[in-house]
Structures are given as C-alpha cells and as structure tokens.
Ligand binder design. Structure first.
Ligand SMILES: Nc1nc2c(ncn2[C@@H]2O[C@H](COP(=O)(O)OP(=O)(O)O)[C@@H](O)[C@H]2O)c(=O)[nH]1
Ligand SMILES: [Mg+2]
Length: 392
C-alpha cells in the first residue's frame, strides 16, 4: 500500500463546517483513528492526509480539512489552506447537517467550476430529525442527491463507498477514443431484425455515427447480409468495422484482414463503463458450471421480444455452453440487487439508457462485493472466442 506514490493516488477531500463530522466520517470509512474528532471547533486546523486502500478504488488519499467556518485560524490563512486542498482534489465530499446555506453553495460552485465531482453527504443522520425533508431541500437547492450517513452508526457508508468508487472511475471519454483517425472509413454492420425498433436506429448507433462524422470519418452502413456488397463497393478495406455484437461471429468471418473489428456494445462498455473490469469479469466465463448463478441486468424496460438479446439470446448461449440447469436471474430497469454475493457473474447490458455514473455505481457495487461483472458485448465476444481479436 505504501508503494503507490502519493501523486498517483486518488485524492478524496472532505469539506464542511466545523463539527459537521468530517473527521468522524474519515475514521468510519477507514476503520482507523486517523483524524482527531472533537466537538471543540478548530480541532482540525491543518489539512490531514492519510494514504489508504479503499475497496474498488485502490490507492487513495483521504484529506481532512478545517471547517470553512473555523474562526480559530485566521480567515485568510484558512481559505489559502483549503484552496490548496481543492487544487489537488479528485473527488470532493461535502458534508451537510441541519445547518447549511451560502457556504455550501459557494463551495459547490467552486467544485463545479473546476469540474471536480462532488458527493453530498447528509452527516450525522442518526441524530437529525426530518432527514427526508433535509435531503429533499438539499437536492432541490444544489441539484446534488445527498447520501444520508452516520459515522457513529455506520449507516450510509456502503452507499458512500459506492459513490466514491464510481466517481473515481469516471474520466472524460469519447466513444471512439483511440480507435479512429480523421479520414478513416468505418463500416457499420447493423442487422435490423425483430428486436430492432421500428423506423429508427438505436441510441448507441446514432451517437456513434454522429461522433464519426464529427471526427471527419467516412461512414458506410450495411446489414449482415449486405456486408459482402458493402465491402465490394469500397476501394480499400475499411479501417474499422463496428458491428452489432449479436452477429460478431458472422462479421468476423467476412472481415478483411486489414480491417479492425469492434462492436457497439464494446464501444459503450468503454465509454460508459469500465472496460478493464468487464474484460476481467469475462474471464469468469471459463469457470462457470451448470451449478453457477448468473445475473443478467438490463437497463431497458421495453416489451420483451422473441429475439431479445438479454432475455432470450444470451441465456440460450450460456445454457448451451454451461448446461441447461444454469441458474439465470434477469432484472431490468432500475432493479439491481443490493446484495450480489449470491452470483458468480453479473452480465450488464450496454446501458444506452443509463448515464455513465449509473453504470459505474453498479460496477462499483459488484467490485466492492468481489463479484465479477461484465457486459453483453464482451460476453458474446468471449463466448464466440474472439475477445482477444477485437479492439477495446
Ligand atoms: N450522533 C452523531 N454524532 C457525530 C457523528 N459524526 C460526528 N459526530 C460528533 O460531532 C462532533 C464533531 O465531529 P468531528 O468529526 O470532529 O467534526 P469535524 O469538525 O467536521 O471534523 C463530535 O462530537 C462527534 O462525536 C454522527 O454520525 N452521529
Ligand atoms: Mg475535524
């Protein structure tokens, strides 16, 4: 743990008024007595940093700060100290109690201006009355959804860890980052079968096309059957082929050697999720047996159709490979179990309906509970044996 240099650790700083419970929360998160707790204002006069390993986040530094209303240090000095902390903060945890207002608003504005992710915490919720009302007021005013936490009772700590892990995995991304150059020709293979919506393209396809156009690429589209004709119409093999993952196998066979291959769901796993976690999770696919338990989680709540990938195709593929007795639970929309420990593997959809934060929260939950998690596209690529031959 001491080997990771401080600069490469994720810096998580705790901000709030005096006695809001910053030091207690740090102690509760780490299970150690790192920060000095006392109800005398000004106990934490210097920012205290503690290197620590957090589940799913790895090497971090937790930084305790003096309360921003602490009058025991000179105003200017206090602000300078806190600003120095903000300069190196990767994730800000902002503590609220029943007393909050302009100070908190100012800090949130500061974090937002610097694009620092902020996690709002309603601290000491065990002793506060009207927690729900306070939470609503905070959310309405700040547009941050607070997590109710009690450092003394342990309430809300799992949710806070999850939010920290999710914030820590997030970085600015684009869909095609590192995969195409200006002027490249990209072939999109998009079968329009019964599970495709009528009269339109699905969101990941639309977003990918838009980004390719912004990147000044030439975009050619075809269905699986149309792929030979599309290839024949091009003077040179496309630089990249992006396929619907359901037809990975067929497309791989038709693919010119010079063309690289990926899928929409792999692209979205990179874009919204954490591709390394998903690829590591897919390794579990070689260890499943008929007695294993798999959770398939789908973001969409659309009416299931015959060719539906999450409910029909994927379970069929898994049962063919591991035995018809394989236990598979399927959840959709916002249902996602708190306790994942009963599962050997979680397979998540491409999550085109969710934002990145939402997907990363789920990945964080699985990682914290040590349950491998992967996604549809990576699973299909792994099951068809081409995971190591595609781009991600
Ligand atoms: N009931 C209750 N008291 C707390 C909690 N967290 C902190 N306190 C108390 O609040 C006071 C200030 O806590 P401290 O962590 O020093 O606040 P800081 O000034 O923000 O670092 C101390 O007396 C703590 O015991 C909590 O979750 N529940
Ligand atoms: Mg303190």
């Amino acid at each position: 743990m001491q080997q990771t240099p401080q600069s490469e650790r994720l810096h998580i700083a705790f901000f709030g008024r005096c006695n809001s419970g910053k030091s207690s929360l740090i102690n509760a998160l780490t299970g150690q007595n790192i920060a000095v707790v006392s109800n005398v204002s000004g106990t934490t006069t210097d920012p205290v940093s503690k290197p620590i390993e957090l589940p799913a986040l790895g090497a971090c530094v937790l930084i305790d700060t003096p309360g921003y209303d602490d009058t025991s240090i000179l105003g200017e000095q206090r602000i300078a100290q806190t600003t120095k902390v903000v300069d190196k903060t990767d994730i800000a945890v902002l503590l609220f109690t029943e007393q909050w207002g302009d100070d908190e608003r100012r800090w949130i504005a500061e974090f937002r201006a610097r694009e620092i992710p902020v996690i709002a915490v309603l601290s000491q919720c065990d002793r506060l009355s009207g927690v729900v009302t306070l939470m609503q007021a905070i959310e309405q005013d700040t547009k941050l959804k607070p997590i109710a936490v009690s450092a003394t009772q342990g309430e809300g700590l799992p949710a806070l860890r999850e939010a920290l892990a999710a914030a820590g995995m997030r970085e600015e991304r684009t869909i095609l980052q590192g995969l195409v150059n200006e002027g490249d020709t990209v072939l999109l293979v998009m079968p329009q079968d019964a599970s495709a919506p009528k009269g339109r393209l699905i969101q990941p396809q639309v977003q990918t096309i838009r980004e390719l156009l912004d990147r000044r690429c030439t975009v050619v589209s075809c269905t699986t059957e149309g792929m030979p004709a599309a290839l024949a119409s091009l003077a040179q093999p496309p630089h990249l082929i992006i396929t619907d993952s359901q037809v990975f196998d067929a497309v791989y066979k038709l693919k010119p050697d010079a063309s690289r291959l990926t899928s929409f769901s792999v692209l979205f796993a990179r874009y919204k999720g954490d591709i390394n976690t998903f690829v590591a999770g897919a390794k579990m696919l070689s260890q499943l047996t008929e007695n294993s338990r798999v959770l398939i989680a789908e973001a969409c709540t659309h009416v299931p159709q015959n060719e539906d990938i999450g409910r029909v195709k994927l379970p069929a593929m898994l049962r063919r490979k591991f035995g018809s007795g394989l236990h598979i639970d399927i959840v959709s929309g916002h249902e996602f179990p708190q306790d994942l420990t009963g599962y050997d593997l979680v397979i998540h959809c491409g999550a085109c309906m969710f934002n990145s934060r939402h997907v990363l929260n789920r990945i964080a939950r699985a990682r914290i509970q040590d349950v491998p998690i992967t996604n549809y596209g990576i699973t299909i690529a792994a099951l068809t044996g081409i995971l190591d031959r595609i781009e991600y």
